[in-house]
Design a protein around this ligand. Structure first.
Ligand code: ZN
Ligand code: ZN
Length: 241
């Protein structure tokens, strides 16, 4: 209630403008909202990366992610990356319900059988610096919309890691190794939906899934608002800058 009132006062003093095109009136304007870059109908059925019509991407044909599947409605591009960056780095919390609504619309298409939603955690230090965990805020709002409980405490990030940007797949794996810890009694036998803002190489989802499965989770599905495309020339998954 207080936050809502406070938010309204802030809007009145500083009217919001579109985080992508700058048009005054709302954090994301109707025009940009109608032009979000969709992943489209062809995607890897394991990791959800956009593909030409083909079943698995090259990564998923040769290596095994331990999660059951990962999906994202949008590409990390245009208004979608503008919204995610504005939320993360400028604290535009008004985007949380907008992004959660986009996810809950997409959920109608996938509707995996899951028992709980767990956001990808930030380390204590990073969360304190930013003041919030964007993935947790999206997860809490999304969970209410689809009526599945959100259990942020089930997964913790117990140490800081390097920014993943610029690291290759092997380095990312090493960087994340041992960084996460799960609370076994909150996940035992549970089918889990792991939620993050952006999926890049999938190394964060992979590491979190391993920790959840090793601590007794029955299955893990991954959902992000956006996914970066695969660079087919270098066969590298692109970074979310
Ligand atoms: Zn706009
Ligand atoms: Zn794949």
């Amino acid at each position: 209630m207080f936050r809502k009132f406070f938010g309204n006062v802030i809007d009145w003093i500083y009217p919001p403008s579109c985080v992508h095109c700058g048009k005054a009136g709302a954090l994301i304007c109707e025009d940009c909202l109608s032009k979000l870059p969709a992943v489209g109908e062809h995607y890897c059925s394991k990791c959800g990366k956009p593909l030409k019509p083909r079943h698995f991407c090259r990564h998923c044909s040769s290596a095994a992610f331990r999660f059951n599947a990962s999906r994202a409605p949008y590409l990390y591009d245009g208004p979608v990356s503008a919204m995610i960056k504005s939320l993360k780095y400028k604290g535009s919390l008004g985007l949380v319900p907008i992004l959660s609504k986009l996810l809950s619309d997409f959920w109608e298409e996938i509707k995996w059988n899951v028992d709980v939603i767990i956001p990808v955690p930030l380390s204590y230090k990073r969360k304190a610096e930013r003041g919030f965990n964007q993935s947790e805020m999206i997860a809490v709002n999304f969970a209410k919309r689809i009526g599945i409980p959100c259990v942020p405490k089930a997964l913790m990030k117990q140490r800081d890691t390097l920014q993943q940007v610029g690291l290759n797949a092997e380095e990312r794996k090493e960087n994340l190794y041992g960084a996460f810890a799960a609370e076994p009694k909150l996940i035992k036998g549970k089918r889990i939906l792991l939620l993050d803002d952006v999926m890049t190489t999938g190394s964060t989802f992979a590491e979190c899934s391993s920790v959840l499965l090793d601590n007794g989770a029955a299955s893990v599905y991954c959902l992000s608002v956006a996914t970066t495309p695969i660079d087919h020339r270098k066969h590298k998954m692109l970074d979310a800058q």
